[in-house]
Design a protein around this ligand. Sequence first.
Ligand SMILES: NC(=O)c1ccc[n+]([C@@H]2O[C@H](COP(=O)([O-])OP(=O)(O)OC[C@H]3O[C@@H](n4cnc5c(N)ncnc54)[C@H](OP(=O)(O)O)[C@@H]3O)[C@@H](O)[C@H]2O)c1
Length: 259
Amino acid sequence: MKLGFIGMGNMGQALCEGWIKADVLKPEDVFAYAPHQDKLKANAARIGFQPADSPAALVQAADWILMACKPYQVEAVLADIAPLLNGKVLLSVALGWDLAKYQTILGRDQAIQFIMPNTPARVGEGVFLFEEANTLAEDDLTAAKELFASLGQVYTLPSRLMGIGGAISGCGPAFVDLMMEAFADAAVRYGIPRDLAYPLVSQTFLGSAKLQRETGIHPAALKDAVCSPGGSTIRGVLALEEKGARAACQAAVDAVMQY
Ligand SMILES: NC(=O)c1ccc[n+]([C@@H]2O[C@H](COP(=O)([O-])OP(=O)(O)OC[C@H]3O[C@@H](n4cnc5c(N)ncnc54)[C@H](OP(=O)(O)O)[C@@H]3O)[C@@H](O)[C@H]2O)c1
């Protein structure tokens, strides 16, 4: 597979670096185009991919194209490269650019897969939501899922659920980061040094998430198991309830979905 990135910002770098580091893709098989060529070349030297000096050169060099520029830039990029995409596979992580939207420009014959990624891809713990509706050949779909599964977990969702899925997995890291910061501040307040507070909190989040994922035990049962009768943990849990932690989580997702 020769893969070409259109856009090499935060998400492009997270994916590209992950695949090259894990030896899933070879540096000579990965290409990228971005308008600020100095920055692109500096990233190319650091990560190992091959820089391209135009979107057309990129599409000619690669057989798989990964659209990773900002959503509002996609239409102009397509105007440049649409005729060159024939026979190539187009993957896209641009928010809002689902299959139906691409097809209004590229028609029904183009192989297209919309994927919602998230930033923990950088450390191999990403969530990748594949839109169920796609126009990839079966072998290509399998290859695309394998590629992304090398950097996290792949889930397939119907088009109508991609928005809420992305609100949880795409925005979720920011929600979790805010909570980690808040617990670290609380730890510092009671004397834990700042540089120990973050690893202490992040390992607690990581371990709790892994325990739930690997055992499949309901989060409420895991919580119950930690709360001994008359103990201190249940007092903390009830304080979170009193302060509306559960409602705050719901409100965060409501706010995202109102957009
Ligand atoms: N970051 C996330 O957590 C996240 C999550 C889900 C989905 N996404 C999606 O991932 C995509 C990229 O997001 P990001 O956070 O990586 O953005 P970003 O850091 O701003 O990167 C955007 C990239 O696009 C390039 N670019 C700008 N204009 C372009 C053009 N006309 N043609 C081609 N490339 C162009 C930029 O190049 P220059 O630097 O040279 O200008 C930069 O490399 C977005 O569509 C977003 O919806 C991101």
